[in-house]
Write a protein that binds this ligand. Structure first.
Ligand code: PLP
Length: 369
């Protein structure tokens, strides 16, 4: 017979999930309500307005998708892309490639531009690509978790308007931890996750669409090719009609509401500032023990840092030792950077100086002298 579940207490300093705030876990422990209970519908309304706040948007169609970041990514692609649409994806790492694959599956004529992993596009490079490809949608990853690079977005929305296309942004590793101003920057479609900068367990993922993107959705010639994620159906549940669509993961939404409430209590600008201050402390501390960072300082993410594995060091063995001997999780490299870097996340509730100190102390013990 199995014992009741018992898991080790780890400090999650990898690419996500990050540790959830205790108040978030407590909220998750609240007994479920029915998914059409007015008290639960009020929780959904609160999630919508809190999401608008953390994203700095007034988009009426702002909801949480039942699923992880990839479900929200799929919702975005499924609703924005019609077969034959030219979709231009700026690939700066692994998750840009996922967007390429996904858009292709929804019938897009996908074009991609790429940068070496760890670099980002300049506005001029994006302008040239828009001129060449004349897409319906430009898709970019704001915070590329596979490389630790932050794609600057100021001015990109204006470019997209100049070229008559929608701007789609992956904010999975930026929301809550990296400054983002959805409306001011002219972002039409965005999605995120719960388990990184928001400090919540994975499973309920932010999604938003601008009125421009909703207009394109309303004018579609074809039905959205994904029933579960079709916003023309989902908005009838999240909007005033309250029509049953699927059974919401009630307790995940409780958790997300609490995580967002905590950010609102702190103030989203303060959360961004905290992430920046603590990551600078992390960078300095890593360099002080002789490690070097993969991304040029100007483009480094406040939420995820890629650290070069020193020559002759077995990166996997070090990460395993950190996990098993010190209960600290860090990530390995993904895709092109596999075996070359560790990925250290400092996100949400975990973005604290004491966590940096604990990691550095443990690293000093496990790294060869
Ligand atoms: N996009 C980015 C930039 C990510 O970092 C991730 C996950 O790490 C995803 C999308 C997919 O999210 P999830 O793993 O929650 O499905």
């Amino acid at each position: 017979q199995l014992e009741p579940l018992s898991t080790p207490e780890r400090l999650l300093l990898g690419p996500g999930p990050s540790n959830a705030h205790p108040a978030v876990l407590q909220a998750m422990n609240t007994p479920p309500l029915g998914h059409l209970d007015p008290a639960f519908l009020a929780v959904m309304d609160e999630i919508q307005s809190l999401l608008r706040y953390v994203w700095q948007t007034e988009n009426p169609l702002t909801i949480a998708v039942s699923g992880t970041g990839t479900a929200a990514m799929e919702a975005t692609i499924a609703n924005a892309v019609e077969p034959g649409d030219v979709v231009l994806v700026g690939v700066i790492g692994y998750f840009g490639n996922r967007l390429v694959d996904m858009a292709g599956r929804y019938g897009a004529d996908v074009r991609s531009i790429t940068k070496p992993w760890g670099q980002v596009f300049s506005l001029e490079e994006l302008r040239t690509a828009l001129q060449t490809h004349r897409p319906t949608i430009l898709a970019l990853v704001h915070a590329e978790t596979s490389t630790g690079a932050c794609q600057p977005l100021e001015g990109v929305g204006e470019l997209c308007r100049e070229f008559g296309c929608l701007l789609l942004i992956d904010t999975v590793t930026s929301l809550g931890g990296v400054p983002i101003f959805l409306d001011e920057w002219g972002i039409d479609l965005a999605y995120s996750c719960s388990q990184k900068g928001l400090g919540c367990p994975p499973g309920a993922s932010p999604f938003t669409m601008s009125p421009r993107a909703v207009e394109k959705l309303q004018q579609r010639r074809t039905k959205v090719a994904n029933w579960y994620l079709d916003m023309t159906l989902l908005h009838k549940y999240w909007g005033s009609e309250r029509v049953y669509h699927h059974t919401a993961p009630i307790n995940m939404y409780y958790a997300l509401r609490e995580a967002l409430r905590l950010i609102a209590e702190e103030g989203v600008e303060n959360s961004w500032r905290r992430h920046q201050e603590n990551v600078e402390y992390l960078w300095q501390s890593l360099e002080d023990i002789g490690l070097s960072l993969h991304v040029q300082r100007e483009y480094r993410l406040p939420t995820l840092t890629t650290v070069r594995i020193p020559e002759g060091v077995d990166g996997k063995a070090i990460a395993r030792q950190l996990l098993l001997e010190h209960n600290i999780e860090i990530g390995g490299g993904l895709g092109e950077l596999a075996g070359q870097v560790w990925r250290v996340g400092l996100m949400g509730f975990n973005s604290r100086k004491e966590n940096v100190d604990r990691l550095i102390e443990a690293l000093q013990q496990v790294l060869p002298k």
